[in-house]
Design a protein around this ligand. Structure first.
Ligand SMILES: [Zn+2]
Length: 333
């Protein structure tokens, strides 16, 4: 999965519509004809850092900033995933060597790709055995605590890529505008896992949002995740027919937080987990703030030909339970 500068690129990974309980997209992998969620079987996930720095970011800086990003994911109280720095290596990321490695590589031909995450999956079990992250040294980078003008914040981009390394796909909780000359500019994002990065100089991407927290907790639930939180599920229909790929957004009225999900099968079923108990407002919208391929493999039939809609009542999420079947009806544009 690539984090693009201004244009989301085609994903190399296959997204699975694995289980209905998705609070965001999880990666899927097909094993023996069955869809399985892509995740680590064991934690801590051990990672290495390439001993090569770039202008403004030494290898030690890189390791420290990546360490902060790993620690941010690990600190989510309702998730159990953990990571461990295993040492510096002379190997570059992207080699299929059984070691998960983060580091810089010069890829000037990828002129919209800031960083990308690759995976090696056990074909028998579907579990992750290796995940590498490369950061494109063709761009200017910074690890300055408050950010640095015209340089990309390494920690912010690392946080996004480590979400992928952990098994998370992209979230659609962001707003963009088209730029003159192509690409998109991010106006706002309510998920670190939004596919398009903030502008150079911004450090807004260092902080996980409710959607990211729901996502990592759903993949690696810990503590009282299942007892303390709840879910909303149902289906999306247009003219009475189920639709695939509709973006469903749950606003927590009391907390002001947002979690998104998608209708993910031929029946139009969606489920948003990891929600705080209490009243939520539901909105359903077409994916139109990034390329559809940023979220789903191109072959999938994602319906974007409908108007934004709201359900005509407040949905109360029960503690440790589900809202029960909710039908969101949309109309074509
Ligand atoms: Zn990404």
């Amino acid at each position: 999965m690539r984090r693009s500068l201004a244009l989301a690129l085609v994903a190399a990974m296959v997204f699975g519509s694995v289980q209905p309980a998705l609070a965001y997209l999880k990666f899927g992998v097909t094993v023996g004809g069955a869809q399985m969620t892509l995740k680590w079987a064991q934690t801590p996930v051990r990672y290495f850092v390439t001993d090569q720095g770039v202008s403004g970011v030494s290898a030690t800086d890189l390791q420290a900033a990546a360490g902060r990003a790993f620690a941010t994911w690990q600190a989510v109280p309702t998730a159990s995933i953990a990571y461990q720095f295993a040492g510096f290596t002379a190997a570059a990321p992207g080699r299929d060597d059984g070691l998960s490695t983060l580091g810089f590589r010069s890829r000037p031909e990828l002129d919209r790709v800031l960083a990308a995450t690759s995976f090696v999956v056990d074909a028998a079990t579907g579990t992750l055995v290796e995940s590498d992250i490369f950061f494109n040294s063709a761009f200017p980078w910074s690890v300055a605590p408050a950010g640095e003008a015209n340089r990309y914040d390494f920690e912010s981009i690392a946080l996004h890529e480590i979400g992928h390394l952990s098994g998370l796909g992209h979230s659609a909780l962001g707003e963009t505008e088209l730029r003159e000359g192509g690409g998109r500019r991010v106006l706002g994002a309510e998920a670190v896992m939004f596919p398009i990065a903030f502008v150079a100089g911004s450090i807004a991407g260092r902080t996980l949002k409710a959607d990211d927290i729901a996502g990592i907790s759903d993949l690696y639930p810990d503590g009282d995740f299942n007892q303390a939180l709840g879910s909303i599920s149902g289906r999306v229909t247009k003219d009475g027919q189920p639709i695939f790929g509709a973006h469903v957004v749950a606003f927590d009225v009391a907390r002001g937080s947002v979690v998104g999900t998608f209708s993910l099968n031929a029946q139009g079923d969606f489920s948003a987990g990891g929600l705080s108990p209490g009243p939520h407002v539901l909105r359903v919208e077409p994916i139109d703030d990034a390329d559809v391929e940023s979220f789903f493999e191109a072959a999938r039939t994602v319906d974007v030909d409908f108007r934004v809609g709201f359900i005509d009542r407040i949905v109360v999420v029960p503690r440790g339970g589900d809202s029960g079947e909710i039908t969101l009806r949309v109309v074509r544009k």
